[in-house]
Design a protein around this ligand. Structure first.
Ligand SMILES: [Fe+2]
Ligand SMILES: [Fe+2]
Length: 185
């Protein structure tokens, strides 16, 4: 399975206009995809070093979007949330839930599937990043500076307790991914 992260991907719903916010956050997607691909290069043996970097990086990327970008977009949009915001937040919740347990090939496959859909919504023409660059206009560079200064997000150790996978399945179902992560192992 490939992760649709490149703006040039033929699977993309069209090329977005690439402003400063677009460029910074889509580069973040590409970096995270690369870490996840490295972690899962050998499906029989997940490499926890790149996976841990992916996990910390994705948590930080999500926090940048939820705590800085989406609130700024709402403010710039006359205090109305962007129509796509609630959908993106549900995806973030599903991905964050998948980052809790020790990764398995099935968890990684679910993360890749969600990232492919999610990143296309953010990077595609008319997507989150293009919209944010457009409505931020001359404030876009300032927002990028704020995003660059975003704090690291401390990642808790993996938790493989009995409630973790059921909670992840519920988070996936809320976001419309009930077909992923089926049947526990
Ligand atoms: Fe996102
Ligand atoms: Fe993103």
């Amino acid at each position: 399975m490939t992760v649709a992260s490149k703006s040039m991907s033929p699977n993309h719903p069209g090329m977005a206009t690439q402003g400063p916010i677009y460029r910074m956050l889509s580069a973040g997607h590409a970096h995270l995809d690369e870490l996840l691909n490295r972690a899962a290069a050998d499906p029989a043996q997940i490499d926890l070093e790149p996976y841990s970097a992916f996990r910390r990086g994705l948590l930080k990327h999500i926090a940048m979007e939820e705590k800085i970008l989406l609130p700024a977009a709402q403010r710039l949009n006359g205090n109305e949330p962007l129509p796509v915001a609630s959908r993106l937040r549900l995806d973030h919740g599903a991905m964050a839930a998948l980052l809790v347990p020790t990764p398995t090939p099935r968890v990684i496959a679910a993360l890749k599937a969600i990232l492919a859909t999610h990143n296309a919504l953010e990077e595609g023409a008319g997507g989150l990043y293009e919209t944010c660059d457009r409505i931020a206009a001359e404030e876009a560079e300032q927002l990028v500076a704020q995003l660059r200064n975003a704090p690291e997000v401390p990642a808790a150790p993996f938790n493989d307790g009995p409630k973790v996978m059921p909670a992840a399945r519920r988070a996936l179902a809320r976001a419309g991914y009930e077909n992923l992560l089926v049947d526990s192992g």
